[in-house]
Design a binder for this molecule. Structure first.
Ligand code: COA
Length: 164
């Protein structure tokens, strides 16, 4: 059984993230999307909300599971019994941070391997922060995110604006 963990904060999931999950689901027996707490980021959606939205976005793939976790990635790979961590590389600028993270994780657990895949270049400029900023400023973000994310974002932004 080849099982991979794709971790991220996914606040929210974009088409770039979904593209990577779809590619991985063809290569691995099981893909676990690990929705993580990133203490360096402020979030728009709670951990539970993000996990629920991703479940909706990935429901067409039978070998994809979604798990929310708070803690170290190296502990999550032991808990979920995965063979490797999957990360996306969109541009050279991603590399340095990814290398640092992969080596730190391997230093914490020498069996922790990280595999990199490239998402489609079509979405290489998209990030969760860019989507949130576009949405908050009234721009059209719908073609960069899955439908479930688009609906959740519209609802959240409306709620924020009504409270202003
Ligand atoms: N398509 C589109 N965008 C992508 C992408 C893809 N394929 N892959 C990454 N991105 C974007 C993300 O949306 C994110 O954008 P944002 O900064 O605007 O939100 C950005 O690239 C960076 O993403 P990422 O590096 O994946 O950060 P993250 O917060 O999503 O995930 C964790 C980082 C969760 C993996 C990391 O914090 C972690 O491992 N946490 C657990 C604690 C731990 O073990 N820490 C020690 C790690 S060494």
């Amino acid at each position: 059984m080849r099982r991979v963990l794709y971790p991220g904060s996914f606040d929210p999931m974009t088409n770039g993230h979904l593209d990577l999950v779809e590619r991985a689901s063809k290569l691995f027996d099981e893909v676990i999307v690990g929705v993580a707490v990133n203490r360096t980021k402020d979030v728009l959606f709670s951990l539970e909300e993000r996990a629920e939205i991703i479940k909706e976005c990935t429901s067409h793939m039978m070998n994809v599971q979604v798990k929310a976790f708070d803690g170290l990635l190296v502990d999550a790979i032991v808990n979920y019994k995965v063979n490797a961590i999957l990360r996306g590389l969109r541009a050279f600028s991603d590399f340095e941070y990814e290398l640092q993270m992969a080596l730190m994780n391997r230093s914490l657990n020498e069996e922790c391997e990280t595999i990199f895949m490239m998402p489609t270049p079509l979405n290489s400029f998209v990030s969760s922060s860019i989507i949130k900023e576009t949405a908050l400023l009234g721009g059209d973000y719908s073609k960069y995110v899955p439908e479930a994310v688009s609906a959740a974002l519209a609802k959240r932004i409306k709620g924020i604006k009504n409270n202003d």
